[in-house]
Every structure is written in C-alpha cells, then in structure tokens.
Design a protein around this ligand. Structure first.
Ligand code: GLN
Length: 491
C-alpha cells in the first residue's frame, strides 16, 4: 500500500475504492511509526490533516475529480502554510507561526491535496546533507548511518520512505536534486519563475525555486500540474507552455533524442561505481534510440565559486530580517544593537553565520567589484555556455553527484568539501534552467561490502522545457525499474 504510486491512489480515489481519510491516516501512522528514527518530519497536526482529508472525500463524493484531490503531501518547512509553524529548521524561527500560505501551498490545498507533515531541512535551506537542522539530523532510509542529502532532506526522505507520494522541497543550488539522487526519488527544479516563490522563505532570491518531489516523473507531473500558472504576487513568475500535458503525462520519444554529455562533468573525481551506473543508464538510453553527443561547457569550472559568491551575498541580505524586532527569537539587551546581535548570535547556526559573513564581505565596499560583480559576469558566461550547446542538442545529461550518499559527519568539519557536493547542480541553477534528478541505478560501496546505494542522473533542458524533461524521464522510467525500488524499512 505505502509504496503505491500517486496515480494508483488517484484511480482508487476516483473509483471510490479508496478514501482520502484512509490514505491520510495510513501516512500519518507510518510517519509516527518510522520517523522517530529517520527525523524527516518536524510538525504534524493529525486533526487538521484529517479534517482536510474529510473535505476532499466530500468533494470526491459530489463527483469532483482532479490529479491531487485527496492525495497526502509533505511540505518543506520553509513553505508557509497558514496556522502552522514555519521554522526553516532554525532556532531563530522555531516558534514562528505562518499567518498566510505560500501560493504553491494554497494551490495544492485548493486542488484537494492533504498536507500530512512539514518536513525537516537544513537551516534556512543552507546545506547539502540534512545535518544542519535544530531538529536533528535526517537519516537516509537506504542506510541510516548516511546522510539523505540536503537541504530538502525531510521532503525527499518522506517520499522515499513512503510517508506520502508527493512532497515539496526548494532548490537553490541543488537542494531537491542532490537528496533525490541519494534516496532514489525523482525531483524537479523548474525553470526559474515557473513556480511562484510567494510565501517561501527567501534564501538567495535570484536562485530559489520550489521543487516538486515524487517517486516517478509521472507522479511528479500530477502534483506539478496544479501549481503552475502566473502568480501576481511574484513578479518573476511565468506561465509554463505545455503545462496542460502534465496531468496526463505521456512518455516522450527517446528515438532520435539528442542528449549532450558535457565532458567537464564526466572528468576525474567521479567515483568509479557511480560512473559505472551512469554508463549503463546511458547505454539504455542509446538502445532506445537516443543519440549521445559529446559537448563542452567550459565555464563550468567557475561554477562553485560563482554560486557561493552570489548565494552568500543574497543570503546576507535576506537574513537581515531576522533581527529580533518583528518575529522569531528575541534576546533582550540594554541597547537595540545589543539585542540584535545577541538574538542573531543565539538564533543562527554555524553554517548560516558563515554565509552571512562571507556574503557581507563580498558585498562590502572595495570588494564588491572584485567578487560580486565578477560573479555576475561569470554567471552570464555560464548561461551562454548552455545557450550554445542547446543549439546542437535537446537536453544535457550529467551526474547529480560524484559520489553516493556519504556517512553522517563525514563533511561537517570541512565546509569546502560539503560545498563541492553541489558541483554538478549549481550550474543549471545559475543559468535558470529546468533540471530533473532521476534514479539511474544502484552502485556497490567499496567500504561497505554487500551494500548497494542509489545513484541519480540529471537531465537539464532549455528554458521552459520542463514538460518535455518530464516526458523524456517518463519514457526512461517505462523501460527501467530503478525508481520502483524501495529502501529496506521494517514496514
Ligand atoms: N547545497 C547548496 C547550498 O548549500 C544548495 C542549497 C539549496 O539548494 N537550498 O547552497
């Protein structure tokens, strides 16, 4: 039951064989049984979730139908849902209660989806592992001694562990794609602007996007379909062409599909086991008729530096609102300045403080031109690399991560090696392109004989090709079963 697809559940709800109340109760029970160990969720309100499920059942009984009507979902805790805590995994906002809902949350609720939990996350979405949360470390359901990836750790684990068939995360530089690869689920970072950012806590505003997560591209498309469409509350929001194809996704044509393989993404540094899995997936695509084309994205080598200058600069500005004055934690002191600095000292974790300092430095007089302005130029060059390549190919395929999920604690003392985990995901974020992380197979782990851990691959498309990416991924998932494998949990 728990690992059935969203589409199966939707059929059961439409035919009357299932009720939303039954499904939502099942999800809540599973969370209560398994989550004390996995720590994927941080806020449940059983009564409220079940009341929503009942009203979705009423709508179903009156004959209403819809892709998400009655479907349980999990929301990352940086998405406002009115009347619930929105903590962002931080002590500074642990007790903040949202007075309104994010547009994406409102659209899901209007479509009849049933939020069953808010999900744990790296503090303010800064992190790649799921280890930086005031609520504790989220564990990878495939191996609890390993990280699930971050920052949308809880949303991804919720789907992988069968707590809900659909979840929302956010993705600034890889935060749904990396954990999706580590936990064997499918996650989309849409073209910048396709999902409204209204009501999500800003981290780096020119990079932040909401990221839908599900086990398959087909399930993901159903949830995505009810959230697209321009939002007057977000001036950067866009309409997505072809979005009417999402609710009934059909497999795209792999025959003749020109897939670019950028040589910079397949150089040294990728674990041999990961390389092997990707090689097999590529052969599979080729045997379905796809054409594999060698391409080059030379500015990729500047991507990590560029990302961490732009990201930290925007972070330092966005975090200034957490000052103890309007909301969240407040530490009293004899002066206003003292109150603000005591509040921020006590309320923010190490990684957030590190980024505020780095960003403030990059933006300061005398360094702005050398760092921030230069990074903006590099960002343009990175985007132009892709524009050139998309004249030759339909999409680009890369690894999501050079390794499988690493051990908890392995990178926490070394921020640079943590940042390098994002090496393959930050570039399309900087270029504002849509990209999808999909299960590619399983790798053996040399230091852990007998263990097999998931590997993901990233499909990157030109602007607004989100629907096509999902159609191609759906075609791949029709001929492979990696995405159907589930982690070894006790129930
Ligand atoms: N891991 C990246 C970072 O820490 C990406 C985070 C994100 O996408 N929210 O910046």
């Amino acid at each position: 039951m728990v690992h059935h697809s969203l589409i199966d559940w939707q059929e059961g709800l439409s035919s009357g064989d299932l009720s939303s109340l039954f499904l939502s109760m099942g999800c809540l029970d599973r969370i209560e049984a398994l989550d004390p160990h996995l720590k994927a969720t941080i806020y449940l309100n059983r009564a409220r979730s079940l009341a929503i499920a009942k009203s979705s059942d009423d709508r179903l009984r009156t004959g209403q139908r819809g892709p998400m009507l009655g479907i349980p979902v999990v929301l990352k805790d940086n998405l406002n849902w009115d009347g619930t805590a929105t903590s962002q995994g931080s002590k500074i906002s642990k007790n903040y209660c949202s007075p309104y809902s994010a547009t994406v949350v409102r659209r899901l609720l209007e479509a009849g989806a049933v939020p069953v939990a808010k999900a744990n996350m790296d503090e303010f979405a800064m992190g790649s592992s799921g280890e930086h949360s005031v609520f504790g470390v989220t564990r990878n359901p495939w191996d609890p001694s390993r990280v699930p990836g971050g920052s949308s750790s809880g949303s991804i684990v919720a789907v992988a562990a069968g707590f809900a068939p659909f979840a929302l995360g956010t993705d600034t530089g890889g935060s749904v794609r990396l954990p999706a690869a580590f936990c064997n689920v499918t996650a989309l970072r849409p073209t910048y602007g396709v999902l409204s950012r209204f009501g999500i806590t800003s981290m780096a505003s020119s990079l932040d996007q909401v990221g839908p997560v599900a086990r398959s591209a087909q399930d993901l498309a159903m949830g995505f379909s009810v959230m697209t469409g321009r939002d007057p509350l977000d001036s950067t929001s866009l309409d997505l062409h072809g979005s009417e194809r999402l609710a009934n996704l059909t497999p795209g044509n792999l025959k003749g599909l020109r897939i670019g393989l950028p040589k910079e993404y397949f150089e040294d540094g990728i674990d041999p086991e990961v390389r092997l899995v990707l090689g097999t997936a590529l052969q599979r695509l080729a045997s379905e008729g796809a054409e594999l084309v060698d391409v080059s994205l030379p500015y990729t080598r500047y991507a990590i530096e560029t990302y961490y200058v732009i990201c930290t600069s925007e972070v330092s500005s966005n975090m200034s609102r957490f000052d103890g004055v309007r909301f969240g934690l407040r530490k009293e002191s004899s002066s206003l300045h003292g109150m603000m600095s005591c509040t921020r000292e006590e309320g923010f974790g190490t990684e957030v403080k590190r980024r505020i300092l780095l960003g403030a430095f990059c933006l300061s007089k005398g360094y702005y031109e050398a760092y921030y302005a230069k990074a903006l130029k590099a960002r343009t060059l990175l985007a132009q690399d892709f524009e050139r390549v998309f004249r030759e190919v339909d999409c680009v395929l890369t690894p999501v991560s050079p390794t499988v999920a690493f051990k908890i604690g392995a990178k926490t003392q070394d921020p640079l090696s943590m940042y390098m985990a994002d090496i393959f995901t930050v570039t399309p974020s900087l270029a504002a392109l849509p990209c999808l992380s999909i299960p590619a197979g399983f790798a053996t782990v040399p230091d852990d004989p007998g263990k097999r851990l998931p590997v993901g691959m990233q499909l990157i498309g030109p602007p607004l090709s989100d629907v096509k990416l999902l159609e191609w991924a759906h075609a791949f998932q029709q001929v492979t079963d990696h995405h159907l494998q589930t982690p070894p949990l006790e129930s």
